[in-house]
Design a protein around this ligand. Structure first.
Ligand SMILES: *Cc1c(COP(=O)(O)O)cnc(C)c1O
Length: 373
């Protein structure tokens, strides 16, 4: 059998593994930060209607510039983000991962570098690698906040072309204050200048406001968003960004022609008509997130403050300890995520019943540990 490494692939891909959370067939899956609620039936009907209309024109290529969709996304951002943007400020693609890839193809690439502050979203480094962009791992404090002094220093020393700031951060849930973003933006402009990408995949779950207003007067700042989390439409594959219109023009240089199918555009437009219904679940999930934090804390676990729809908990001391606990929780029918952060695991806020199952499992574990101690 031919192995990948027997093929004439690029050297930097040799011996690497693809991104992937294990998808196991267990009753309670709280491992990929999805919204646990299926789309409401009236929205399902509306999607079917709009897709039927789109189907009549599938002999033609879709709107290459997705103008109607970008207009609706801009309307949503303006209404909820505290800053007015238009279609010219917005760009959409197949998931925010494709948005990030297009940004790295445009602003990164061979001979260039990107920096992120880790632990953070592993796709930032993986897409960097895939686009031939060098990766620099920047530091965080022990409580997983970004240390602005050390981050500024890392930017000044490495002079990266792209800076990733994930707020709220995945897998820790940590939000980044606007002051920190501004300091890193200024440091990045002084060093290079470089593109600063704020990944706001989870911002709808945050206690605080979006960083969208920081776009004012900052042409090298990008805010990226997705419909995969708060909108409960991970299967749709729709991500988008807001930035200076020049950034939107720049990514056109690398996007594939007609990258966003007419079916995707129709589905996303239908979902945006039901924004309020979809976001109604967000409040409930935030409450459940806070309940998970509180109950884990009461059981004696350490918990990282979370502004997302997931909670990082620990601390499991010893080599491989977090993975052992991951397995023990799985043995009780609940799948959480081991992101490889030593001593910590991550659980996504699900339905109240799913969260109960998770909390019961870890409560039981804690009891067993105490009895054997
Ligand atoms: C889930 C996630 C995304 C979303 O990716 P999509 O391609 O839009 O599904 C982006 N950034 C972060 C930090 C995430 O956790």
């Amino acid at each position: 059998m031919t192995r990948i490494d027997d093929l004439p692939i690029r050297d930097e891909l040799r011996g690497k593994s693809p991104y992937g959370a294990p998808q196991l067939d267990v009753p309670v899956r709280l491992n990929t930060n999805e919204n646990p609620y299926p789309l409401p039936e009236p929205l399902v009907e509306r999607i079917a209607e709009r897709v039927r209309e789109a189907a009549r024109n599938l002999n033609r290529y879709p709107d290459r510039d997705a103008v109607e969709l970008r207009t609706e996304l801009a309307r949503y951002l303006t209404r909820t983000g505290g800053y007015e943007v238009t279609a010219a400020h917005v760009w959409a693609a197949n998931g925010s991962n494709e948005v990030l890839q297009q940004l790295l193809q445009t602003f990164g690439g061979p001979g260039r570098t990107a920096i992120g502050f880790e632990p953070s979203y592993s796709m930032h480094s993986l897409i960097s690698r895939g686009t031939g962009t060098g990766w620099i791992s920047g530091p965080r404090n022990d409580d997983f906040t970004i240390n602005a002094d050390l981050a500024e220093q890392a930017i000044a020393e490495n002079r990266p072309d792209v800076v990733f700031i994930t707020s709220p951060n995945n897998p820790t849930g940590t939000a980044v204050p606007a002051e920190t973003v501004l300091r890193l933006y200024d440091a990045a402009q002084a060093a290079k200048p470089s593109l600063v990408v704020v990944d706001e995949a989870y911002v709808e779950f945050s206690h605080g406001a979006s960083l969208l207003p920081l776009l004012e007067g900052r042409p090298n700042l990008v805010v990226s968003r997705t419909m995969s989390k708060a909108f409960g439409a991970a299967g749709l594959r729709l991500g988008y960004l807001a930035a200076d219109p020049a950034v939107v023009d720049a990514v056109q240089l690398v996007r594939l022609p007609y990258h966003l199918s007419a079916v995707t555009q129709a589905t996303a437009l239908a979902a945006l008509e039901h924004t309020d219904t979809l976001l109604a679940y967000v409040d409930q999930l935030k409450q459940e997130r806070d309940r998970i934090v509180r109950e884990l804390w009461e059981m004696g676990y350490e918990v990282t403050a979370s502004d997302a729809n997931f909670v990082q908990f620990g601390r499991f001391e010893g080599e491989g300890a977090a993975h052992d606990v991951w397995q023990q929780i799985l043995d009780r029918g609940v799948l959480v995520r081991d992101n490889g952060v030593p001593g910590w695991l991550r659980v996504t806020a699900g339905t109240p019943a799913e969260n109960d199952a998770f909390l019961d499992a870890v409560r039981e574990l804690k009891k067993e540990q105490e009895q054997s101690a």
